[in-house]
Design a binder for this molecule. Structure first.
Ligand code: NAP
Length: 310
């Protein structure tokens, strides 16, 4: 069993910013991630909306943020999946998949989320055989092929555009006639001759044998089929809040609710970044959340120490 002043679960921008600040505040800090550091940054080719960087590779920004936190003495434990989190009095117990236990009074949940599944026949069966949730990871396997991207938000439009560097054509298939994505991303996609939008299209099936060969969808009451070599699904995100075995208030979709200091309904647990209920999921807001939670956690730890001394 190891004890820390602060345990941070999740090594994306929110967790790394929190770690940088708690370490600089001289708090013994560990950051845990089930994979490499970077979170959603690793699924992003180019970041063009983080102040100070006109354009930077997501992987490079992840590396820089990781190095920055390490420089201040954060104990970085990547590839270290958390199994569950329990609370006993003021102590939060973080159980790792390895069986090890970490203890802390201050837990910062920065665990992000996982892609939402379309939940149609063929999706699970053909995952990794033409069905993907990461353009940066898998795009290069589809050189010269026609692809479908499912979704109408920032991720679908931005990743669809990214995929045109490999694909001969990208169909962005959206269930409504209006996109949710930011206008700047939509304008760029509309100007790209390799992108075609298919609206009011409800995907019913991903078809294929050994590999994807088409999607079947319903549009205005008609059943249609589109021949494609791959399907990239970007229909949102499911927060990783279920690691918490104690009840923490959340919204209907499972996003954790916080006050303005990122404090959840449980004292000593803060939520930051994509696992938190908020207006938007941007790198800049994640970093802001992490910073706020770190300062709030530091004040909480000082108050606990003061009351223990009194
Ligand atoms: P999102 O904004 O929640 O959009 C999800 C899209 O998928 C929506 O268009 C939605 O349709 C559609 N959808 C949801 N469930 C569906 C289903 N079962 N079947 C078919 N379509 C479905 O998710 P996101 O695009 O992953 O973005 C998540 C967050 O990250 C957002 O806050 C976004 O701003 C941010 N982000 C930002 C950038 C950037 O700034 N460059 C890039 C990527 C992501 P409806 O529109 O009909 O609801």
């Amino acid at each position: 069993m190891s004890e820390y002043d602060v345990v941070i679960v999740g090594g994306g921008p929110a967790g790394l910013a929190a770690a940088l600040y708690t370490a600089r505040l001289n708090l013994k800090t560990v950051i845990l991630d089930r994979g490499p550091l970077g979170g959603q940054l690793l699924n992003t080719e180019l970041v063009e909306d983080y102040p100070g960087f006109d354009s930077i590779l997501g992987s490079e920004l992840a590396m820089k943020m990781g190095e920055h936190a390490r420089r201040f003495g954060v104990d970085v434990r990547d590839f270290e999946p958390v199994k569950e989190i329990e609370v006993e009095g003021d102590t939060k117990i973080i159980r790792l998949e390895t069986g090890e236990e970490l203890r802390t009074s201050a837990l910062i949940m920065a665990a992000g989320g996982l892609p939402r599944y379309l939940e149609v026949p063929g999706e699970k069966e053909l995952a990794g055989r033409g069905v993907s949730y990461c353009a940066v990871c898998d795009g290069a396997f589809f050189k010269g092929q026609e692809l479908a991207v499912i979704g109408g938000g920032d991720a679908a439009v931005e990743e669809g555009e990214f995929l045109t560097r490999y694909a001969s054509k990208v169909y962005v298939v959206h269930r409504r006639s209006e996109l949710r994505a930011q206008p700047i991303l939509v304008d760029r996609a509309r100007a790209n001759p390799k992108i075609e939008f298919i609206f009011d299209a409800h995907v019913k099936e991903i078809a294929g044998d050994q590999k994807v060969h088409s999607i079947r969808y319903e549009q205005h009451g008609e059943n249609k089929e589109l021949r494609v070599g791959g399907v990239f699904i970007f229909i949102g995100f499911v927060p990783n809040s279920s690691l918490l075995k104690v009840h923490v208030d959340h919204d209907a979709a499972g996003y954790l609710l916080t006050d303005r200091n990122m404090q959840t309904s449980v004292e000593g647990i803060w939520a930051v970044g994509d696992v938190r209920a908020q207006l938007t999921k941007q790198i800049a807001t994640a970093v802001g959340d992490g910073t706020t939670a770190a300062v709030a956690a530091s004040q909480y730890i000082s108050a606990l120490k003061d009351s223990a001394r009194a």
